[in-house]
Design a protein around this ligand. Structure first.
Ligand code: CAA
Length: 232
């Protein structure tokens, strides 16, 4: 299960999973402009709605025998300097990025714990680690995702649960989200990476694949930074 599957990093994750033989359920509030082909089913889901998550999760468990991997990738930015940010702008980002991650994991995590296997990967951000001008709402949610990751790594491994929960903190990545960033600020951002460039979505997806796979069976409760050596 991959949320935020229609575009950007979520789409790249679906792509790499399909290439590696997974059966994928792609969840997103909008339809993909160009659906991926292969063993993938797209379902519409607003992750910020607890009720919708319960309903869609119910549909998925009737279709699939088991869920082995959950990637919480759905996320939005609504950037504004804190002095200008409205309550609505703050709450909207919290609802999607933070509560949206909680909404599905509270259902999938315990089921994985019962089947005694599973890997959950949460997409945090470099902004959750270092903070950023104009992103106090987004930074709060992405740091919060790390806290939930560590809590769930502890909870879902209890009683032999054997569920691994990790987070990835991508750096600035070539997706539609970057379109909101003014060009001069974008140039500054590139300069803060050791590699001097933004990430390709596939470079983030490959790290997710590692955490989803049996190459990482002893990795849990971790945050992996995939940011080209960024120091904001
Ligand atoms: N780094 C350094 N300085 C920044 C900055 C940044 N990221 N963002 C803004 N500033 C500076 C501006 O250069 C400006 O400086 P001066 O006063 O010296 O000119 C000052 O902060 C105020 O900025 P604006 O004049 O642009 O103020 P505004 O109210 O018109 O807009 C803003 C504020 C909406 C935050 C706008 O600056 C902006 O869009 N900034 C970029 C925010 C950003 O980096 N978003 C990342 C989106 S991608 C993402 O979040 C994915 C991920 O996980 C990495």
């Amino acid at each position: 299960m991959v949320t935020g599957a229609a575009k950007g990093i979520g789409r790249a994750i679906c792509e790499v999973f399909l290439k590696n033989g997974a059966k994928v359920v792609g969840l997103d509030i909008s339809e993909p402009a160009e659906p991926l082909s292969g063993d993938i089913v797209y379902l519409k889901l607003d992750v910020s709605s607890t009720g919708d998550c319960e309903q869609v999760y119910g549909e998925i468990v009737t279709r699939l025998e088991r869920i082995d991997i959950l990637v919480n990738c759905a996320g939005i930015t609504v950037d504004a300097m804190t002095k200008k940010m409205t309550e609505e702008q703050f709450d909207r980002v919290v609802a999607v990025n933070l509560k949206g991650t909680w909404n599905l994991t509270r259902l999938v995590g315990p089921a994985m714990q019962q089947q005694k296997s599973g890997s959950i990967i949460n997409i945090s951000s470099v902004v959750g680690v270092f903070g950023n001008v104009g992103q106090s709402n987004y930074a709060a949610t992405k740091a919060g995702v790390v806290g939930m990751t560590k809590s769930w790594a502890k909870e879902f491994s209890m009683k032999g649960g054997n569920v691994r929960v990790n987070a990835i903190a991508p750096g600035y990545t070539m997706t539609d989200m970057m379109k909101t960033v003014p060009p001069d600020i974008l140039e500054k951002i590139k300069g803060t990476t050791m590699l001097g460039r933004l990430a390709e979505p596939s470079e983030i997806a490959n790290a997710v694949l590692f955490l989803a796979s049996d190459l990482s069976t002893y990795v849990t409760g971790e945050l992996i930074n995939v940011n080209g050596g960024m120091r904001l």
